[in-house]
Design a protein around this ligand. Structure first.
Ligand SMILES: [Zn+2]
Length: 312
């Protein structure tokens, strides 16, 4: 069995911990260790319809800090992606923050604050339009893509080397982001529309554009996006990986589990400790060990390195 590390581009541990006290988590230090996870991205998220956004974000940051303090043997908070490999060699999982939803960013000073916390990406919208851009939901646009302020935000993100994340964006927003940044564009937790027709899934052309921008797509493990049913299996994940690799090249495929933010997980891939089983399944489906390590780890590392080099 290949022992390749994994970089998971998205989980919702912090939101779940905030909303559901003492709820059992899927992403735990133990499961990350068992699954050989080299880096785990923790999203900061507040539902756009909830007020007191900043208070809740601070509480999520405090939850993150508490998790880091209590698990110093296995987890290490990093603000530079260059540290991932070093931390992994020390036998720990690198913990990285990200912001899901432009509603959390009220102004460009906020962006500076989060940049200094080392956020990897900003998901420009969640499921509702915000002042920066239109989301994939609702259907009727408010800005017709990025607003003028949204364009400024995208430019400012480039200055801080924060990756623009198009998961949840409308199609028009997607192409506006592509046109307004030199950064690799990522979809941190998204799947293929051709395999299941959901507004959150990416069309073929979008998959190809992410490839052209040197980005990555973290394949999402939610049954609702994989096959639209309440139940799905690890084979559905393999199908989406295969499809995205065929459409955009293997170099754009990554992992964006969405664990702890999703209500139905694939049979056989219920938690991070099952990543070795996913590796095995991929090998049985015609992928080489080298392919698996690209999908699990190397593609993400390459995107992070590329992002650091933009404009100097
Ligand atoms: Zn999401």
């Amino acid at each position: 069995m290949p022992k390749t590390p994994v970089i998971d581009l998205h989980c919702d541990v912090l939101t779940k911990s905030l909303l559901i006290f003492r709820k059992r988590l899927t992403v735990t230090p133990e499961s990350l260790k068992k699954g050989n996870v080299g880096a785990q991205v923790f999203a900061l998220f507040v539902h756009p319809k909830i007020r007191k956004t900043k208070n809740l974000v601070f509480r999520e940051i405090a939850i993150f800090q508490r998790i880091m303090e209590r698990n110093q043997e296995t987890l290490k908070y990093i603000i530079k992606t260059q540290d991932i490999e070093r931390v992994y060699k020390e036998g720990k999982t690198a913990a990285i923050l990200a912001v899901e939803g432009g509603n959390i960013i009220e102004n460009l000073d906020d962006l500076r604050f989060f940049a200094n916390m080392g956020i990897l990406y900003l998901t420009i919208t969640w499921n509702y339009h915000n002042r920066w851009a239109d989301a994939a939901f609702p259907k009727i646009p408010e800005h017709n893509g990025l607003s003028n302020e949204g364009k400024k935000l995208i430019m400012e993100m480039e200055r801080y080397r924060i990756l623009p994340d198009v998961s949840h964006c409308s199609e028009k927003t997607f192409y506006d982001i592509i046109d307004n940044t030199n950064m690799p564009v990522i979809a941190s937790h998204s799947n293929a529309h051709k395999l299941f027709n959901h507004f959150r899934n990416l069309k073929d052309r979008q998959i190809k554009e992410i490839g052209k921008k040197g980005g990555i797509i973290g394949v999402n493990f939610y049954c609702g996006f994989l096959n639209g049913r309440k139940k799905c299996t690890i084979d559905d994940v393999v199908e989406h990986i295969k499809y995205i690799a065929d459409m955009g090249g293997i170099e754009i495929v990554g992992i964006g589990s969405d664990f702890d933010g999703i209500t139905a997980v694939p049979e056989g891939l219920e938690s991070p400790e099952k990543y070795p089983l996913l590796a095995e399944k991929l090998l049985k489906n015609g992928f080489s060990e080298g392919d698996v390590s690209e999908i699990f780890y190397k593609n993400a590392l390459r995107v992070f390195k590329k992002a650091k080099k933009i404009n100097g």
